[in-house]
Design a protein around this ligand. Structure first.
Ligand code: OSB
Ligand code: MG
Length: 368
């Protein structure tokens, strides 16, 4: 792909509002911004979405940086890349580290789309111009969560996801449901339960949740199948689906009825599309998950969510959900519950270089 240089920028920004899951609270976000500059002067951008600590997956900002700098970038330098489609296969000598891999792979897709003069959505086979937008409330305090939901509904969001745990579930969901009887509501447990909680989880069936996300272990697909046979709320897997084969096995076993696809978790847009295609073939609806990310990753998510199998609103909120000021221009806006896809080539948003500089704490440029 005629690469001239790859620049990594470590950035940090406070969240407007703390975000709590039963695994911990996020108050500020670090990320690695990747800029792949071509010899033609065109740049593609990607965003490494690992967190500062390994609470969601085993990767962190530091491990991503190490794997990018010492393994992934040298591999690209040595072998070259003909097309972004071949990137994941080229990386097969490096085990896992999917968020590090996706950070570069998504930048290559952006570069490819810009060179072809196409939107990333079109290049990926997207079929729509607007994406329904969902929002996540990570606030265990019930009155505060209700106030937050009200403010999001006023902004037009119409699908809301809340975080639950054994300390905060039945009462919490019951009260929210009572307050918002018609809301498209779902719950994410981030692995807070075991199979022994099956009865407790079954009692959530009466609240008409769209789905329950990842109730059991982060690496389980067997117990989820047992649980799904006991409850009527559809189970959606997030953490458990790290590879294409995980998706295939989960669907085969009946471990879930829905899959949350995150580009970073599965190692890039190419793998995300493969999982999407498989699920579309099997009649399994998918939606785009979120990582409390900045605008570059959101833009990649928009392209992903424009594929036809994304039939459920994902966790793609506006830039102002988490940030005082995002690193892209224009910022991502939700209007009437929808985000309009940009029509400029690639991710379709400009990186706001001034803002990027403001929030950068460290950078490194590797010349090819
Ligand atoms: O489990 O989907 C999750 C955020 C960070 C890590 C994992 C998850 C989440 C979210 C928030 O639920 C999604 C978002 O608004 O970006
Ligand atoms: Mg989740």
């Amino acid at each position: 792909m005629n690469i001239k240089s790859i620049k990594l920028s470590l950035i940090k920004m406070p969240l407007k509002q703390a975000f709590t899951t039963h695994l911990g609270t996020v108050t500020e976000r670090e990320a690695i911004i990747v800029e792949v500059e071509g010899k033609d002067g065109v740049s593609g951008f990607g965003e490494g979405v690992a967190f500062s600590s390994p609470w969601y997956t085993e990767e962190t900002i530091q491990t991503s940086w190490h794997v990018l700098k010492d393994f992934i970038i040298p591999l690209i330098k040595e072998n070259g890349i003909a097309h972004p489609e071949g990137t994941f296969a080229l990386f097969s000598s490096i085990r896992r580290n999917h968020m590090a891999k996706a950070a570069i792979e998504t930048a290559l897709w952006d570069l490819q789309a810009k060179r072809e003069g196409k939107t990333l959505s079109k290049l990926m086979g997207g079929t729509v111009d607007t994406i329904p937008s969902g929002v996540v409330v990570g606030n265990p305090n019930l009155p505060a969560a209700i106030t937050q939901i009200e403010s999001y509904l006023e902004k037009g969001y119409y699908r809301v996801k809340v975080k639950i745990s054994p300390e905060n579930d039945i009462q919490y969901i019951a009260e929210i449901r009572k307050k918002f009887p018609d809301l498209l509501l779902m719950a994410d447990a981030n692995s807070a339960y075991t199979l022994e909680d099956a009865e407790r989880l079954k009692s959530l069936d009466e609240y008409g949740l769209l789905m329950i996300e990842q109730p059991l272990d982060y690496d389980d697909i067997v117990d989820h199948a047992k649980l799904q046979s006991k409850i009527s709320t559809p189970i959606c897997l997030d953490e458990s689906i790290v590879t294409f084969n995980d998706a295939r096995k989960a669907v085969e076993l009946g471990s879930c009825k829905v899959i949350n696809i995150k580009i970073g978790r599965v190692g890039g847009l190419g793998e995300a599309k493969r999982i999407h295609d498989f699920c579309a073939d099997k009649g399994i609806p998918v939606w785009a998950g979120g990582m409390i990310e900045f605008g570059i990753s959101r833009a990649h998510n928009l392209a992903l969510a424009s594929m036809p199998g994304f039939t459920i609103p994902g966790d793609i909120s506006g830039s102002d959900r988490y940030w005082e000021k995002d690193i892209i221009e224009p910022e991502i806006k939700v209007q009437g519950g929808f985000i309009t896809l940009p029509n400029r080539p690639g991710i379709g948003f400009e990186v706001n270089r001034k803002r990027l500089e403001e929030v950068t704490i460290f950078e490194d440029k590797i010349i090819f």
